[in-house]
Design a protein around this ligand. Structure first.
Ligand code: A2P
Length: 319
């Protein structure tokens, strides 16, 4: 099964596969599980992989790519599209480049295909969960983004982007950026459709990458709102597809990139089989009416006495 590709605004010739494997798991499953899942995914045809400093899976993903090379599953590093993300403790202008160098060292790679700001907040360097209110700061986006641009200029990453950014926060970057963000990776699924954000990103040449396309049912913050949706179940029965396939197909039909997580070979295979059939207009209309709620709230940044006092404030009141 070959996976369609998209061209990013970064101007790099290399395209990004529209479906890839995310490696965030809570609790951290251990490096062997990650390496095994990535190797199985490569065998099945996956070529896009997503990690983050915060997930603690960078080293395991790097190791899996090295093993895939030595096993001959891929011919060169060029054959895979690798994303990682800078964590909030490093969202300070002078910490960005060192953070990327640490990531590359852990992954045993010369460059990333994509480096993203994981979340639009800064934490005191070294802060650990649960964060104290006084450890959370607003991000100095100008200095952090300028340092991200330097990372791309130096060739340490082929493209740069953001994650969990609202329209307002994207507009803040676009107002001064020399290199606009190529990607905004956000939660997106039939139960959190992000229509306004999608319009904004389409108008500004920013590709959306959808995390938790299945609602993140295995994550501590995730929801079963997608996999247990009655509407999706009915469509899945009528199509002879699984609910997960219907959800992934819907996300694909929005014209975005999908970052799906499964460490199970059968499900990895099943989740690839979404490119040779389509939803009908009637299916899409029914999915558009599914009640909406954000699953990934990032409540860890909110406190009565801290910078973000409410979800409304954290997410700029956007839906
Ligand atoms: P597993 O890793 O055991 O396959 P999301 O991508 O929205 O974050 O969802 C990830 C969760 O969904 C994981 O817990 C994963 O479990 C599960 N999952 C992935 N693919 C499927 C599928 N086809 N059917 C059911 N659950 C799935």
């Amino acid at each position: 099964m070959s996976i369609p590709q998209v061209t990013l605004s970064s101007g790099n010739a290399k395209t990004m596969p529209v479906l890839g494997l995310g490696t965030a798991a809570d609790p951290f499953p251990g490096p062997e599980t990650v390496v095994k899942a990535v190797l199985e995914a490569i065998e099945l045809g996956y070529r896009m992989f997503d990690t983050a400093s915060f997930y603690q899976t960078e080293a395991a993903l790097g190791e899996a790519i090295l093993q895939a090379l030595s096993l001959g599953l891929i011919k060169s590093r060029e054959d895979v599209f690798i994303t990682s993300k800078i964590w909030c403790c490093d969202n300070h202008g002078d910490r960005v480049l060192p953070a990327l160098r640490t990531t590359l060292q852990k992954m045993k790679m010369d460059y990333l295909d994509q480096y993203l700001i994981h979340f639009p907040a800064s934490l005191k360097p070294g802060a650990t969960f649960p964060y104290k209110p006084e450890e959370v700061f607003s991000i100095d986006i100008k200095s952090v983004w300028t340092a991200m641009e330097e990372c791309q200029t130096l060739g340490l990453t082929k493209s740069i982007g953001v994650s969990n950014f609202t329209r307002k926060k994207l507009a803040d970057i676009l107002a001064f950026a020399k290199i606009p963000p190529a990607v905004n990776q956000v939660e997106m699924n039939p139960a959190w459709q992000q229509r306004k954000l999608m319009e904004f990103c389409n108008a500004n040449g920013i590709t959306i990458a959808a995390y938790s396309p299945l609602g993140g049912p295995g994550a501590c913050w995730g929801s079963k709102g997608v996999l247990e949706s009655e509407v999706l179940k009915e469509i899945s029965t009528s199509k002879g597809k699984s609910v997960a396939q219907v959800a992934l197909r819907w996300v694909y039909e929005q014209g975005v990139v999908i970052v799906m997580k499964s460490f199970n070979k059968e499900r990895l295979k099943q989740n690839l089989e979404i490119f040779d059939w389509e939803l009908t207009d009637e299916d899409s209309k029914r999915i558009a009416e599914i009640p909406q709620s954000r699953a990934s709230l990032a409540e860890m940044f909110i406190s009565e006495t801290g910078l973000f006092k409410s979800l409304e404030q954290l997410w700029d009141g956007e839906q």
